[in-house]
Each structure stands twice: as structure tokens, then as C-alpha cells.
Design a protein around this ligand. Structure first.
Ligand code: DGY
Length: 325
């Protein structure tokens, strides 16, 4: 009997090179932007597919996984995988992959750029110029916080946290961090990073607070009203991790009442919705989840996810697939 060609569902358009590679090994269906953010639509489609290449916005819930009849692997086009019910996948014998490493540098660059943009008020100053208000250089216009000598406090010292720390070091910042476990003494030394045992102590002593931790039950609303009260009034929050790590209402309140000086936010609690009070908040740069958005990185993400799928479809052993969770 002829062998059936496996079918892969890619929930949104991804780089053509990734699709071409998948097509060498399978029949590929590519969804439209946003199409499979609808759980019911995914439940309806999934029984047909042997593999799913999904986005961080695709709800790969238990219901979806149970509905799948021949699904062997879910490969997320992202390093964060809070959109996937990994436990249920494991129970059902479905493998799950993410895309570590390949987006670390792009995200490190982005975090540094975002911090620079907030601390030096790029957006407000540009808007001022575009609105025709620039009437000459002024000594007191758009003064911001200099980064040299300031402390960057990082919550979540994984790959991306370390990449940010490395860049901030080059800008003369001191690095402090809190993490589930300390990083190695060599890493601490190379980053000049000091471990702080409580989040509260880290927050109180940081001029910039950066969130680089995954979204879990433990980190949901980690930065809430209480923590905002501990942040110094000149401090800046940078979040490129996941929106729900921050209580958005508390963030908007802190910005409006100026109990913190600014924020750079790439991720939101209910993407793609943005809390209306954030949209009107002062000195706050809001971006549409683009930390990893470079041509090179997005192609590398797609390649890593596609490789995991092809390996699983070929029946290769798990030890050949480094990005399985
Ligand atoms: C990821 O891959 O999890 C990031 O959110 C991309 O920016």
C-alpha cells in the first residue's frame, strides 16, 4: 500500500523558505492571519493533520489536542509556549517543540533599543517635531535618564535576560537579577551580574526593571499594584516577555500618576487588545509584539520549528530534535 504523505497545518503565513522546506516532506496548508486564533476553528481543522506549526497566539488547548486524531507534533513559532497545554500534549503522546536560541540576539537588541527609546523619550520628541513644534535647540527639552551607572534589574535571567544584560553592560549599566536559580558564577562574572534573592529588593534598587521570565501560574501578574509601589519614581519598566506578567491596569495607573517614569511594552495582557488607559499613558512606548521581528530571526525560528516537524514525521529519535520541550 502506498504511504500517505503527511499533512502539516501552518496557522499563519511564515517565511517562504520555511514553507518550501516543509513542502519537500508534506502537504502544507497555510492559514490566514488570525484565522486559527479561534479555538473552535482549530478544533474543526485539526483532525486532518499530522503536524501543527502554530503561533504564540494559537490556543493549543486540551480540547484542540483531544480533537486531533493523528497529530504527532505541535511546533510553536516562538520560544514562549504558554499558548500550548504541554501537559495534555504529553498525556496524549503529542510532542511539543519551541524555538530557543535563534531569537536571543534579536530580542537582546530590541530590549536595549526599547530602553534607549523610553529613557531618551524618542517617541514623544518625534511626535513633537512632526507636529511642527520644533522651534530650535533648547537646553531643557526632552531630558531623559542617562543609562551609564544606573542599575538594570532583570527578572528572568535566561538567554534573553542575559543578552539584554550583555548589551546594558556595554552602556555602562550595573546588572542585578532575580531568577528561580542563580546563573553560573562564570556567567555572573562575565555579565557583572549580582543575584538578588527577593523580587522586592530587586525592584526597590533598580532604575530599570526588565521582565524576561516565561508566563506561568507563578509569574501571572507578578508585577502588580504592590510591586509598582516599590519602584522608584524615576524608574522605567521594560516588558518583552508576556503581557500577563504585568497587571496592565496597575501599570497604566502608575504611568498616569507618574509613580514610575516610563515603560517600554512589547506584549499585552489580552493581545491584540491594548488597555485603553495604556494608550493614553505618558512616556510609554507600546509596540505590537515585535521583539524577534528581523528577517534573519523569523526565518531561523521557522527553520527550527520546521526541522522538528520533519524529524518527527520521519520518525527520528527525540535525541535528534534539540528543541523538544
Ligand atoms: C517568543 O518567541 O516567545 C517571543 O515572544 C517573540 O518575540
Amino acid at each position: 500500500m502506498a504511504q500517505q504523505i503527511p499533512k502539516v497545518l501552518v496557522t499563519e503565513p511564515i517565511p517562504e523558505k520555511n514553507l518550501a522546506y516543509l513542502r519537500e516532506h508534506s502537504i502544507v496548508k497555510v492559514g490566514n492571519k488570525g484565522e486559527f486564533q479561534d479555538e473552535l476553528k482549530l478544533i474543526d481543522a485539526i483532525p486532518d493533520y499530522d503536524a501543527l506549526l502554530c503561533m504564540l497566539s494559537t490556543p493549543v488547548t486540551k480540547k484542540v489536542l483531544v480533537a486531533a486524531q493523528k497529530l504527532k507534533i505541535v511546533a510553536n513559532f516562538a520560544v514562549g509556549y504558554n499558548n500550548i497545554d504541554v501537559e495534555s500534549a504529553k498525556d496524549l503522546g503529542i510532542k511539543v517543540a519551541n524555538t530557543p536560541d535563534v531569537l536571543t540576539e534579536a530580542c537582546g537588541d530590541f530590549a536595549m533599543g526599547l530602553l534607549m527609546a523610553v529613557s531618551r523619550k524618542f517617541n514623544a520628541a518625534e511626535q513633537y517635531l512632526r507636529e511642527g513644534n520644533f522651534s530650535g535647540w533648547e537646553p531643557l527639552g526632552f531630558l531623559g535618564m542617562e543609562l551609564r551607572g544606573k542599575t538594570l534589574g532583570i527578572i528572568g535571567m535566561g538567554r534573553i535576560g542575559q543578552a539584554f544584560a550583555q548589551r546594558a553592560r556595554a552602556f555602562g549599566m550595573n546588572i542585578a537579577y532575580h531568577n528561580r536559580s542563580k546563573v553560573s558564577p562564570e556567567t555572573e562574572k562575565s555579565l557583572g551580574a549580582a543575584y538578588v534573592s527577593t523580587i522586592e529588593e530587586l525592584v526597590i534598587n533598580s532604575d530599570v526593571l526588565s521582565l524576561n521570565c516565561p508566563l506561568t501560574d507563578q509569574t501571572h501578574h507578578l508585577v502588580d499594584k504592590t510591586l509598582f509601589k516599590l519602584m522608584p519614581s524615576h524608574s522605567i519598566l521594560i516588558n518583552i516577555s508576556r503581557g500577563p506578567v504585568v497587571d496592565e491596569v496597575a501599570l497604566a495607573d502608575a504611568l498616569h500618576r507618574k509613580t514610575i517614569a516610563g515603560a517600554g511594552i512589547d506584549v499585552f495582557e489580552n493581545e491584540p487588545a491594548v488597555h485603553p488607559d495604556l494608550l493614553t499613558a505618558p512616556n510609554c512606548i507600546l509596540l505590537p509584539h515585535i521583539a524577534s521581528a528581523t528577517f534573519e530571526t523569523r526565518e531561523a525560528i521557522g527553520m527550527l520549528a520546521s526541522n522538528a516537524i520533519v524529524s518527527v514525521l520521519k520518525g527520528e529519535s527525540d535525541s535528534n530534535i534539540p528543541n523538544l520541550i
